[in-house]
Design a protein around this ligand. Sequence first.
Ligand code: ZN
Length: 558
Amino acid sequence: MRPLVWLLWDAASAVLAERFLAEGALPNLAHLAEQGTRAAARPAWPCAQTPPGMATLITGAEASVHGVYGYREAARPRALHSALETETGFDARRLRAEPFWTTAARAGRTVTLVFAPLAAPYDAYARGGVWAPGTGPSILTFDGYGHVLAGQAVHRSSELEKTPEGLRLVLPLAEKPPSVLFKPGPTSVRVEGPEGVAELRERRPAALFLGPTVGVTLVLLALGKDEFTVWRSGIWNVHSSDPEAAEELCQRAGPFLGSGAGHAHREGSLPDPDADYLATLAAEARFFARASAFAVELGADVTVVYEPCIDETGHLFQDLYEQGSERGLALIRESYRLADEHLGAVLERVPEDAIVAIASDHGQQGVRRLFRPNVVLREAGLLATDEAGRIDLDRTKVLYGPAANGFLLVNAEGSLRGIVPRAEVGEVARRAVEVLLAHQDSGGPLLLGAHLAGEVTPSGRVPESDAGDVCLIAAPHVALGTGAVGAAVDVGSGGQHTTAVDVPELDALFLVAGPGVPRLGRLASRIDNADVAPTLARLIGIPRPAHATGRALWDAKI
Ligand SMILES: [Zn+2]
């Protein structure tokens, strides 16, 4: 049986990967590229946010089939909820198409999933779960993102509580909040946690455990004569289908570090923003590299690992990069370099006969304008707000819902606080489309189109009304905002991947190498991300995932 190690590089773009490969900045990716085939891949349509994008990668099915529609989605069934209620799109129980790893386990392969999106909750894969592998081997999963206990923060020593023992910081955990003590010295800051101590030196990350699978990472950003500044990571708990394995992973890799200081960078709270951000990003990449190394050494037939650094960086700087900024380019290049380092740690450990694949769910697209459909709907009398500017469902016929995944919801009778008679849903949807498409500013069209639920278009089939009643296709470089007051159009910034418009930067990266993989280099034509799972299935000799709509790229010569 041929092993597979599959790296999910969130938001890696084919054009940027090619650029950095040509520069010689990604030695491990270059090594792999020489032995295989790579291509630009069309991301999930109509919404290329991470959950639908990853769902298409792992099921080989388009969104109308796999049923995952965004980071957040209209709460289902819509008839039992109001149009303002949302649910996460990261829950494997919402998938309607079989994931690749279930197919693999059904075919008798052992599987380890390390922080892969849609690998949680474990119940979905356990005996009796919706994606349980039947009589196949059980699937070993590790999840961190699903168990966030606290967000990140930047702390200045002057804001900490002075005690005789040192400067005290209470960590914001809901149950029994632990505290840590900081004791500054001339060149470092000693920090004492409930389960250990660490010495903080400038921009060198230090982790403190708060429990066997819970901990925090601290990075000293600045140390002056009288004051210091420290970045405190978010706090997560690692869950696993095997609790002992979760503890082992944390012992090896440290506490889960699911994001760098992107949030603090956006808020403007970092003393030296770019350098500080990159120090935290490196800490994050190295955590994932250690976790992946641990997982690969477990030796499963199929190991799937996740890499987040490129995505976080693209959301911050994609617009700068697209404007030709050297600074934006350097920051994004560094995120690819860190992902490449992570790849290097994996390649050192993969068996000789393994297939290695890298796939991303989408690229990024710079944001130039922010369009608020709800403002236009309000001006057209289709939506009403209260005094605080919040949507008033009792007087609202249609809205761009808080799920922010591209779908308009008609506030139909039958759902909680719905007011539109069922017979008028289609008419309200069409009226909303009319006023939104008519709205223009001097920068060109804001929307390329709008499709009704279930419509078949040249780009694919629009999901049914469980996703929403109308799917908005934003124009390139336009982000859709959910606000209902203020200007309809504002200047936007950063990067996004919501509407899957056809711009090269938004195309994902697919690369596969190893025994039986043709060495075709870079394919001239674009593939579809739905092709990835059927291709990998064929290469390792298992059936294609049960609901896949994509095609295997070539006949594997095994
Ligand atoms: Zn993503």
